[in-house]
Design a binder for this molecule. Sequence first.
Ligand SMILES: Cc1cc2nc3c(=O)[nH]c(=O)nc-3n(C[C@H](O)[C@H](O)[C@H](O)COP(=O)(O)O)c2cc1C
Length: 377
Amino acid sequence: MTSQPDPLFRPLKIGDIEIRNRVAMAPMSRHRTALSGVPTDLNVEYYRQRASAGLLITEGTYPCALGQGYLFVPGLVDQAHVDGWRKVAEAVHGEGGAIFVQLMHAGRISDPLILGGELPVAPSAIAPPMTEPYDSPWPKPKRPYAVPRELSHAEILATVDAFAASAVQARAAGLDGVEIHAASGYLPMQFLSTNANLRTDQWGGSIERRAAFLLALVDAVAAATSPGFVSVKLSPGWQFNQVDDTDPIATYTYLVQQLSKRSIAYLHVGNYGMAWDVYGTLRPLFDGPMIFNAGFHRAAARAAMIEQGADMVAFGQHFIANPDLVERYRNDWQVTRPAVATYYTQGADGYTDYPVYAECDPATLQDPDLPVNPIMP
Ligand SMILES: Cc1cc2nc3c(=O)[nH]c(=O)nc-3n(C[C@H](O)[C@H](O)[C@H](O)COP(=O)(O)O)c2cc1C
């Protein structure tokens, strides 16, 4: 250890709140919510256990019924959702933590079976090619994707309004802010992508037009709440969920410059194995806190903060298996390896039953400065 203060444990102001350290929990869908999308007591316990993170970013949460991409994921649409999320927010705040809810509209990555028979919606009526085996361990359909229905201009505006209304619900639930999920090939990234958005109206074509949907979401949520209540997650150039961009550097350079003008709480950027220098290109363009994500361990996070301008680092799989991750990092304790098989199963197993350090089986432990698993979506 150097004599310098550890960059991971300095407080940080994001939006209107101050958080107590720079160890964020990355958003992770765990598929353990009620079928109604209402967070359960088990979900409350999961987030409460992890509340020593400087910031918890929740699993993807649908802002409107057509945005739901999977079963057993949460929503933030009606009063029952608000009441469920309020219990989560109160539990996290009771431990001195902070929590942003990730608003996720799956767009064409949904299925009529999940949407009560409705077709999924998308910028253009193009189904994602199904390249993975149907027995993939990921929560993918076990059959080809449906051809989605192209959103009309009026429906795009209604979707923007739905995000704003959901953000207002987030504030009513006592959450500290929202993160707009514009990564991983879901609806906002479908608009950004050259292979999923073939529109010829104001929402497609040039970079400016492909970026218009996401910027409209940010502006609408900021107007309905406040700029400091809004944040965005990007995965520049990542082809997950079969999106593609013929020139991601140009697209994301423009987009980050535009986001930088908006005084949002933070920008969350995931580098999912790109060959180009994602952080080196985009960090200088954004005037505000930036979270780096994907594939970090403690030593890599410290280096990213000292050398690459990360203000905060989000850890995913480390947080699945280590409810007390912050304490382990701070005390130089070993970390528990996560069990991939229970990422998306039901119940407490592999969810709320990971022990704190003092109760760990040494055989499950590893050095905190080593990678956990390959990057997972
Ligand atoms: C089980 C699981 C679920 C995930 N769900 C989401 C999600 O809902 N929203 C999102 O933005 N990223 C999601 N991710 C990606 C993580 O936020 C993170 O980028 C990824 O796990 C890589 O970081 P890590 O190496 O620290 O785990 C998920 C990852 C995992 C492992």
